[in-house]
Design a protein around this ligand. Sequence first.
Ligand code: NAD
Length: 290
Amino acid sequence: MKIGFIGLGNMGAPMALNLAKAGHDVAGFDLANTPPDGVAAATSAAQAAQGADVVITMLPNGAILRSVAQEVIPVMGPGAVLLDCSTVDVAAARDVAEIAEAAGCLAADAPVSGGIGGAAAGTLTFMAGGSAAAFSKVSPLFDIMGQKAVHCGPSGNGQAAKICNNMILGVTMIGTCEAFALADKLGLDRQKMFDVVSTSSGYSWTMNAYCPAPGVGPQSPADNNYQPGFAAELMLKDLRLSQMAAEAADADTPMGEAATQLYETFVENEDGLGKDFSAMLPRFASRRRA
Ligand code: NAD
């Protein structure tokens, strides 16, 4: 396929490279970065999109997605797919899809889970929203960039799945960290806490697979001085998107709201910026009851 790839940052560059390595004809554009070897350099987003079968975007937020979409949709041919893999607000995903479809294109939102390691290894999970026609046209590309793709329903549903998952993740990480901090103060050894909880009803991915306590459980960012991993500011971004969506949908999400406020304080007023999101454990451990 002829592919235009817009947004060649930490995630986009390795994803574009994997498509090129698999034999696709990829032209990339980024405001700040040059494409990796094997990906042709376009001089603008529109040039990357010109004549492409699929235009992939991997951008920081919904406002940027909206402006790039305005630039590329007019030059995309009928039946070409606009595939956004960024994490953006549900409203932006739905609006962009509507504009693309009104112009005779197909559209899919397919945010990812798996991080920079998954992007480089081609093992991302895609959660996709959009028409069946759009999903089936881009499925071969999901197979190259990832290990799993779930079609979650119409446009915006990929973003909905992503922010619901990450709201659970943020809330669960905070619960796990505050329980470890309480265990410390009760004189309960962290390893014993892990041994019990990881095989009891308090178990979770954050406890069992990504334990926030250094030296306990499998290797995780806690064992690397809380270097990300998944940075606290990216968790904050996703939690804020969950709260925007909850506001728009009139959904009551008190735990998501509390998690958003805690990560906001941690990133903006404390020392959380640049740390893994599991660094909530030393934060709680160093505090007293408010
Ligand atoms: P990044 O900041 O490294 O990359 C974004 C790129 O977009 C940058 O290179 C920037 O120069 C470029 N860009 C910005 N505006 C542009 C424009 N108008 N035209 C062309 N290029 C433009 O971010 P990233 O880590 O690659 O993340 C990309 C998306 O993936 C985000 O939405 C993020 O939330 C999501 N995501 C990231 C991770 C992760 O672990 N990094 C995991 C899952 C999802």
